[in-house]
Design a binder for this molecule. Structure first.
Ligand SMILES: [Fe+2]
Length: 400
């Protein structure tokens, strides 16, 4: 009964907040300036920068990577996937935000951000950080309902090329920092109030779309916990280093490599409990893909219950990264077939090997020969994975 009362109170409070959702759009000074729209050729390109995780002295190779990727692929929107800046104190954070957004702002490209687990660890709140982003220009992020868990939960509709309707939708969700009870989960979850807001807003968008869900993608820093069910084998009992425990289950320590399209170079770090986010996506039916950062070295792409789950590797090297996966993501949406989008991992070594690249000469950069060797090694490993992929179905989902 208590649970029913709590749920009813939650639903009522979200319904009371609902009028605030369209008001956010109404408050935009000139909606035409910030309205995202498919291009006349029916495409819309989104570039993803994950985990630059740097201070006011942004690594030169990171700046070069961003500039060269932006110039080569010319995205319509950039999304920063969290752990964007880690400078100490307000003034340094302001300078760090200025540095990490400069390549995008200089090219007059709109961008949006989500926060990671590290952005707020440096004596500046997420609300203050968001205000800095918003004053630097080109930032589309807003806090749709400030009362919700986290900061910067919002959505960005993309209109059809003729501007007549919302053709696609982007969800930006704050996946939090650390769970309040570390004995239950180390990392935070996406909370019930955020999921209720998502469901209510998605329902409102579907209503404007003749009752059909508007196809959408989700962007957040931390992966959903179901990643463990997808890439590891559930085991009947613990076997020391051969197994690991998560979500109250025992899994193999090594993933089923043929289930991964891309690299698994570290154990993913989702929350240790199920938070229901995947279930509400499936129930709502709009989300076709989720993109996250957080695990800097991973570049896997998997499909969980019909939803693509993609780890975008770090674009920076101030924290940690591996040159075989370091880079950024590029999504190309197609207005006439929104569910069949293209995703490309733009690797730093490929950019470095382009003529005129500044990456090798940047402080911390390596020689072109080095990047050519990394490319050769990566190509060999990816070819082996590709050859094994047809045997995906031979591997069991779990041993129990
Ligand atoms: Fe990070």
């Amino acid at each position: 009964m208590k649970r029913f009362i709590k749920l009813t109170a939650l639903v009522l409070s979200v319904l009371m907040l609902l009028p605030a959702v369209p008001a956010v759009f109404a408050e935009t000074a000139d909606p035409a300036d910030s309205q995202l729209r498919f291009n006349e050729d029916g495409t819309f390109k989104i570039m993803l920068f994950a985990d630059p995780q740097d201070d006011e002295d942004l690594e030169e190779t990171t700046t070069a990577l961003m500039c060269e990727a932006l110039d080569k692929y010319k995205p319509d929107l950039v999304i920063y996937l969290g752990d964007n800046t880690v400078a100490d104190g307000y003034e340094n954070q302001r300078k760090a935000i200025e540095a990490v957004t400069k390549p995008v702002v200089d090219r007059n490209i709109p961008y949006s951000i989500v926060f990671g687990n590290h952005d707020e660890e440096h004596n500046v709140s997420k609300e203050e950080l968001l205000a800095i982003y918003q004053t630097l220009g080109n930032c589309l992020t807003y806090d749709a309902v400030p009362e919700l868990s986290g900061c910067g939960n919002c959505n960005h509709p993309i209109y059809s090329s003729d501007g007549s309707k919302i053709a696609f939708n982007l969800w930006l969700i704050d996946s939090g920092m650390y769970y309040y009870d570390r004995s239950v989960s180390y990392y935070d979850i996406v909370h019930e109030d955020q999921l209720a807001w998502y469901k209510a807003t998605a329902a409102s968008l579907a209503e404007q779309n003749g009752g059909e869900p508007v196809p959408a993608m989700d962007f957040q820093h931390i992966v959903i916990p179901e990643i463990f069910d997808e890439i590891y084998v559930e085991m009947p009992f613990a076997m020391g280093d051969l197994t690991q425990e998560r979500n109250g289950k025992i899994y193999s320590s090594l993933p089923v490599f043929t289930r991964l399209n891309g690299y698994w170079l570290e154990v993913p770090c989702p929350p240790d409990i199920y938070d229901g986010q995947l279930d509400v996506w499936k129930e709502t039916g709009d989300v076709i893909a989720e993109f996250h950062g957080h695990d800097h070295n991973n570049s896997y792409q998997v499909n969980i219950d019909g939803i693509d789950v993609i780890n975008v590797p770090s674009c920076g090297c101030n924290s940690y990264s591996k040159d075989v996966s370091r880079g950024c993501g590029l999504i190309t949406l197609h207005e006439d077939d929104p569910e069949n989008y293209d995703y490309q991992l733009i690797r730093m070594y490929d950019l470095a090997l382009c003529s005129g690249s500044a990456i090798s000469d940047a402080e911390g950069g390596r020689s072109k020969v080095y990047y050519a060797l990394v490319k050769a090694a990566d190509t060999l490993v990816q070819t082996i994975f590709f050859l094994f992929r047809p045997f995906y179905k031979l591997f069991p989902e779990g041993l129990i």
